[in-house]
Design a protein around this ligand. Sequence first.
Ligand SMILES: NC(=O)c1ccc[n+]([C@@H]2O[C@H](COP(=O)([O-])OP(=O)(O)OC[C@H]3O[C@@H](n4cnc5c(N)ncnc54)[C@H](O)[C@@H]3O)[C@@H](O)[C@H]2O)c1
Length: 325
Amino acid sequence: MNILLTGCAGFIGSHLAEKLLHLKHNVFGVDNFDPYYSESLKRSNLAEIEKTARELDASFHFESLDICNSEKIRELLNSNAIETVVHLAALAGVRPSLEKPCRYAKVNVEGTTNLLEEARKKNIKNFVFASSSSVYGNYKETPFNENIEVDSMISHYATTKRAGELTCKTYHNLYNMSIACLRFFTVYGPRQRPDLAINKFTHKILQGDEISIYGDGSKKRDFTYIDDIIEGTVKAINWTAQATQAAFEIFNLGEAKTTDVNTLIAMIEEAAGKDAKRKYEPNVAGDVLQTFADITKAKQILGYNPKTDISEGIQKYVHWVKERI
Ligand SMILES: NC(=O)c1ccc[n+]([C@@H]2O[C@H](COP(=O)([O-])OP(=O)(O)OC[C@H]3O[C@@H](n4cnc5c(N)ncnc54)[C@H](O)[C@@H]3O)[C@@H](O)[C@H]2O)c1
């Protein structure tokens, strides 16, 4: 397939691009190197994709563009026979969204609408959208399943992701597009974003620096290893492409296990062979208390089958970081 992949220089996007090249798809990647975190990290992710493409003699084209630029997206779609859009580009930070709600709305809502609109004008029927577990807000009952009515988000980021899902549903209803919205649960692994806790904790513990813990360390997350997210995303891409009639579904992609922050830190300490210097700080707005995915639906419909337990994934990740610092 010819696949347009947005956010391809980012953490998840760069892994997905490589996987799609291994599967012999033609990948048209876009990213605008948003300054939320270092451009050089994103350039190095891109260099890894390009290396893989050379080694496999695979077809990878990259364009630096902003997903809000409809003209550029139109040009790209007009000059390439794109069959599927996989939309990962976003402003992805929870806490920063409280300081810049309009920027988050612009990129995450307008950008998503723009891609859907340009796709439907070109009669592209298949679309996969990266949503987030944050849409569940502080919903009390776990595990979270996709039938829960999510209408009580506690960050602008989460609200933009829910708006993205609803916009996808509208395009499905209006134009018979097959769309999968994937609620990713805290993803970690090689190339993880530098603003995320596992990355920060690992680097600081290895370097002997103090780590900040917001709250008492009892917040829980369903931490999902990157390989499992990529497996689920590829299955969702295939599901949209193979749908015999227009389909729309939301899927949780997590490990279906939840771990509190104190336990997570103990795992990193063990893998790093060093003790953490902990500083407990007040809770910050926007952070949910817990996430825990019910993945029954993704298992049944997509055949999603995550394999990496947090203890194994942390070992792998810490090893990867150790080799690089
Ligand atoms: N990492 C996680 O734990 C997690 C959890 C839930 C959902 N998600 C979602 O998954 C997707 C990928 O997340 P990630 O962790 O790889 O983040 P990331 O920040 O590493 O990747 C996102 C990429 O999008 C690009 N981008 C931002 N604005 C853009 C614009 N206007 N035009 C073009 N490109 C733009 C960025 O430069 C970046 O490379 C995002 O949609 C995010 O919201 C991630």
